[in-house]
Design a protein around this ligand. Sequence first.
Ligand SMILES: Cc1ncc(COP(=O)(O)O)c(C=O)c1O
Length: 389
Amino acid sequence: MNGEQWIDPEISRLREMNLERRLVMYPSSGGKLSIGDRSYLNFSSNDYLDFANHPLVIQTAAEAAERYGMGSGSSRLLTGTLDIHDELEGRIAGYKGYPAALLFGSGYMTNAGVVPSLVGRHDSVFADRLAHASILDAITLSRAPLHRFQHNDVGHLNDLLARQGRGKKLVITESVFSMDGDIAPLREIAGVAEHHEAMLMVDEAHATGVFGPQGSGLIRELSLERAVNLSMGTLSKALGSYGGFVACSEPMRDLLVNRSRALIYSTAPSPASIGAALAALGLLASHPALSTILLHRAALFRGLLQRAGLNTLNSQSQIVPVVLGDNARALDVSRRLRERGILAIAIRPPTVPAGSARLRFSVTLAHTEEDLIKAANIVIAEIQSEKPL
Ligand SMILES: Cc1ncc(COP(=O)(O)O)c(C=O)c1O
């Protein structure tokens, strides 16, 4: 097409660096898939609790769609706020231990909606070097200068806060890191933020449903609700639905309702997604051991890989990376695992730092202990039998 001549060379350049991405279709979602006549263990799904296909989650979503319609039809500030949104916000606030909560269209939109409502070009943001792209994009959108601290390095954060304190200060970290599966020193980060009178926002996208009482997250597990101003999470991973939220104080929620462009200028989340999330929270309340079982299985899988000498970084969660380094190598091992019934999509830059391409295994409750032992043995065998590229 006219004006698009630059695209082919751009894609070729990505291909040469083994960085081209393609959309691959799957017939269903979840930790176990049947494709044609073969079954696969899928380690690239964030459906950690296997809720996306849970009959109660699906039924509650269907009932919500029947009652409210498939779409909410309007933005929250017009006629898009339905009583089911209010119900879920109340449930999330209680679940997370905060006075209030606010829903957004997705986790990405939550970050994009919150950060620019809090800081602008005359303020300062401090974020972990491995913070998720949605956090970085949110900061860009805010126009606030970004100071990145070394991964999980509280001393570095403290130095930056002491030296770069322009305007309002906002510290952002994840609690469970999406690509490394390790955990932030939240208590220490909260102490430093408080000392410098900075606001603290914690992205619990991968901790929600997995850590803390009934999977309520690490902030709650560590009783840091009063030290963390904004507890961000998503409905799209362990809760098996789609959408995002932030739990916070009442005044903070009022501010976001008035300022957050991702909330104001976008249609309210679909009632079906909200119904599904309500059912997922109900399941967590009635089966509080689910997250412990998940973490136990993840530890089993990680232990097997570690004992075979694979580099799983400091993973302490259901996310278990195996760092391979080279992009082509990660693609090759991923392809060979697929041939043996294991889906672990290669994660390459810019999603992870250059030179740290990896396979990222998400353990889910769809994986039995037997599945995990079998998968670990295959992964170990494939990596150990690698021929130099
Ligand atoms: C740390 C983190 N934050 C936010 C998001 C975005 O969440 P969602 O998938 O609901 O947009 C993700 C998901 O990729 C994530 O890993």
